[in-house]
Write a protein that binds this ligand. Sequence first.
Ligand code: ZN
Ligand code: ZN
Ligand code: FE
Length: 813
Amino acid sequence: MIRRRLRISGLVQGVGFRPFVYRLARRFSLNGRVCNNAAGVEVEAEGSRTALTAFAQALEVEAPPAAVIEQVESWELPAVGATGFVIDSTDSGGAPAAGVVPDLAVCPDCLREMLDPVDRRHLYPFINCTNCGPRYTIIEKIPYDRPHTTMGKFTMCPACRAEYDDPASRRFHAQPNACPACGPQVVLVAAGTTAHQGQQPVDLTAEPTGVSPGEESESFDDSAPGAVAADAAVGPEAITGARHLLRAGGILAVKGIGGFHLAVNAADDWAVARLRRRKGREAKPLAVMVRDAAAARGLVHLDPEEEKLLTSPARPIVLAVRLSAPSLSVAPAVAPDNRRLGLMLAYAPLHYLLLDDELPVLVMTSANRSSEPICIANDEARRRLVGIADALLLHDREIARGNDDSVVAKNEKFPVFLRRGRGYAPGLLPLATEGVELLAVGAELKNTVCLAARGRAVISQHLGDLQNLEGYRMFCRTIDDLSGLFAIRPQMVAHDLHPDYLASRWARQWAADRGLPAVAVQHHHAHLAACLAENHHRGPALGLILDGTGYGPDHTIWGGEILLGEAAGFSRYGHLEPMPLPGGDLAVKQPWRTGLAYLHRAFGGDIPPCFGKLPLPADIDRTVAAGGRKAVIEMLNGNINCPVTTSCGRLFDAVAVIAGGRREISYEAQAAIELMQAGGGLAPPSFAWELTHADGRLIMAVSPMIRDIATAVAAGAGPAEISRRFHYSLVKMFTAALNEAAAETGVKTVALSGGVMQNEVLLAGLTESLERTGLTVLLPQRLPPNDGGIAFGQAVVASNRSAAPQIRSISQA
Ligand code: ZN
Ligand code: ZN
Ligand code: FE
């Protein structure tokens, strides 16, 4: 008889780990105890050596699906003759924030119970247990305990209480535990009514009230579909009514885990078109939801890794390649001209009640007007969704904070996060340095914020764009929220070097008000530092950062950079050839300006007559007949309002336009995405490019490439061919440039990051090509390569600086 102490660290609190240990101990007839501690969970168990060994093995192999075991430490102790096995639920030694864990999709056991006609939770959409259910989105303060969650206002009935108190139950200390007798309820209300929830029967024949921008041009029959709901729209009747509405083509706002979705029947062209108009979302693809992996396989190709992501408790949206002959129907307007489909599985129990054989695929898009954060409160949804939704499926379990669906895309080799929200947030990453407690406020678009303390970074969920008021408010709220939840009191703030980003201004004001230091971090240095820290690489490393926009210390717009650096600093080793950007930011939304500018530069201000029509075909010549084209050429000739950029995103825009692509875009990177998809791969022969040197830096000259591409287009090459050759050329050029940099500096490790690395063709091609030449490639893995990773990178740089202010091994460029 021996006694063994096991310390398990990782994500093991709030995920049903202690009841799991308890059941396991009983299975192996062990005595002892289990409790939470600061690092995770601690077990002391007594029994035979054989039983203890089997127990320790089972602990790792059979751990609850949402648990992430990072380390198990083990000691042998003298046996004390313990009897029985107890769960010590006091949590006294627990780190206060240890229970702040991501939300979990409903587990198979709960799903089975919900669909069992004799179960007391039959068809109850708030079923959960310690293995599943909401976490981050219901917690109001620490420690994670029912009164500190939005479930605090519901008093458990005796049956629920008994489960909650029973260590053998799957619902032992399941904080959101509930049943139809004591828990939250769903209710269906018509949009545009003012009565409090549940008071107003749904009249779906009525026109939605309120005015939505862009609703005036009525060539489109936009009357609400004529489905009729039952009188009492609470509980199961609410769900029946909601399904009626969806089948009739209506737009349903559904309150979920991290906020509201707008749902329509994905097979219904008319419903999808109507949703797009009302939401003000022209062409950006919409995500769909299906019931299970089998249904997903009726729409898209899924490799084992994609299926694993799709079915994981985090349930992200997976951008998967569509089948040419899908067995389930999805309207073309869901993801027009896109070879991928953003797809997720049902994750809230409520979703399973909406999806069935008659409605196998639902469009599920965040309920907001484009670029605003997701709605979370009932009143807010009813206010903000006037003129968008026909009815709202509400419930009275409040959402403590908004948390959008996460998005991930896997290319041939590896998954890339495009957005980290529900299921992954809050994200925790280790920091190599333990500096002062600090806050990093991120970039302007796809903002996240990051708090750092005690060698650990906490990364917020995706917060969206700060350029609208709602987004800015969410940013401010989240900073307070996370500092409170994780008990962090920042003594320093890190922000982007861009002086005009709202986040930068906020940060400088914050620092001034408190007399605390503010650290400006160059945008691409933050991208590099984030990638290195994620990969536990101390540097120095080369960084190929391909991006849309980032403010450089020389006041120009960077974005096609080869940096040499580490957390402590960086130098600008090389970059793409600087190009003019007529109209600045306007050119981002109107790639035709960029196309014209790159041609103008490539041909020395003298676009040959045979290319005269290239950048601006007939349709654009009309739209800009008022002199747009001429004005742009005058701007270029006179160098008026033409900021200089080395952006790789703009290079993509220019090539897309020259190849005959979209002149104006309605969502970020649309022209570049369409160019990539037109080819879907890379192929020789390369277009021309040149590596030159200026001011001690390596310049990757793309003017020869632009000339070559224009010549090929004039000779009749289509977008598919241009796309494949362009991607091939970039891979060749960047590989040559990085090999030159590696030879000269002796640094053989390259970090790849920046928004352009979301381009799967480029990323896969680069990785393969760089590795073939003997370089080691580091990629963002848990954070997006886009600006969602900037806050973490800023935190890495600032934490390093605060830990060792005297170390500045590489001077700022
Ligand atoms: Zn469950
Ligand atoms: Zn109950
Ligand atoms: Fe960026």
